[in-house]
Design a protein around this ligand. Structure first.
Ligand code: NDP
Length: 250
């Protein structure tokens, strides 16, 4: 039910943090994993580390905010692997400022990396995914649910991810494609290490509010990735599933 042997998965931003945690899960379940990111060296190293654990893994350099680069990325996946069954839209970034201090360029950058990239990748993936049924996993956030004063563009992009996921889930159900969003809680990665330093008291607030009593680790996202990529979730679509140690219920 959770076997991904013979499946090809593309993970954007899979060279570190949550993306790499999910990539490790997909690889352990038997998928060929293709990592896409701008930092070619970091992506090569991540693919190498997966191969060292016995997985089949590949890395392709791409900026997923660029329409042409996204088209080239999917063409390369097709050339090298002949198929695509699983797309994980995980690439993400943030700018921590209240709306009244944010420039238009900063707003657009976060929207492009977090939301428009998912649209571009899904559009390019659709032709592949519909051939034998496919899975889309879009990465939202607690900011898909809650507001934060320092996250106007981040929150808008992550709220948008949930609605975008619902749109493609309805449009592509007849193609045998399931699309779901994952909403991670506070996970210890490069992205949140910056937040811990910039936002006073954040670490203590996260620990106090999270029933599990700890920050998440990237590998905490491996299981949900395997579930949503596998036949186990064939009747699950359009959902937004928190993986947050209970943060969103308190
Ligand atoms: P990281 O900063 O560790 O990873 C971000 C990844 O995105 C990197 O692999 C980076 O690769 C890639 N990326 C950024 N911009 C681009 C781009 N233009 N094109 C291609 N790849 C890009 O952060 P996390 O692992 O924490 O975040 C992963 C996802 O999880 C994000 O969507 C984030 O919003 C979300 N998330 C994280 C939470 C957390 O607590 N950590 C909580 C909720 C959601 P490269 O630099 O090589 O391009």
């Amino acid at each position: 039910m959770f076997n991904l042997a013979g499946k090809v998965a593309l993970v954007t931003g899979g060279n570190g943090g949550i993306g790499l945690g999910m990539a490790r899960g997909l690889a352990r379940a038997g998928a060929v994993v293709v990592i896409a990111g701008r930092n070619a060296e970091k992506s090569r190293e991540a693919a190498h580390a997966l191969r060292a654990q016995g997985a089949r893994a590949d890395a392709i350099e791409a900026d997923v905010t660029d329409e042409g680069e996204v088209e080239r990325l999917f063409a390369q996946v097709g050339e090298r692997h002949g198929a695509l069954h699983i797309l994980v839209n995980n690439a993400g970034t943030t700018v921590r400022k209240p709306a009244h201090e944010m420039s238009l360029d900063e707003w657009r950058h976060v929207m492009d990396v977090n939301l428009t990239s998912a649209f571009l990748c899904c559009r390019s993936a659709h032709g592949w995914l519909r051939r034998q049924g496919g899975k889309v996993i879009n990465i939202g956030s607690m900011m898909s649910i809650f507001g934060a004063p320092y996250a106007p563009s981040y929150g808008a992009s992550k709220g948008g991810i949930v609605q975008f996921t619902r749109s493609i889930a309805t449009a592509w159900a007849a193609d045998g494609i399931q699309a779901n969003a994952v909403l991670p809680g506070w996970i210890d990665t490069d992205l949140t290490r910056g937040a811990r330093e910039q936002v006073a008291g954040l670490n203590e607030r996260v620990l106090a509010r999270t029933p599990a009593g700890r920050w998440g680790a990237p590998d905490d996202l491996a299981g949900i990735a395997v579930f949503l990529a596998s036949p186990a979730s064939d009747f699950v679509t359009g959902t937004a599933i928190p993986v947050d140690g209970g943060y969103s219920i308190t």
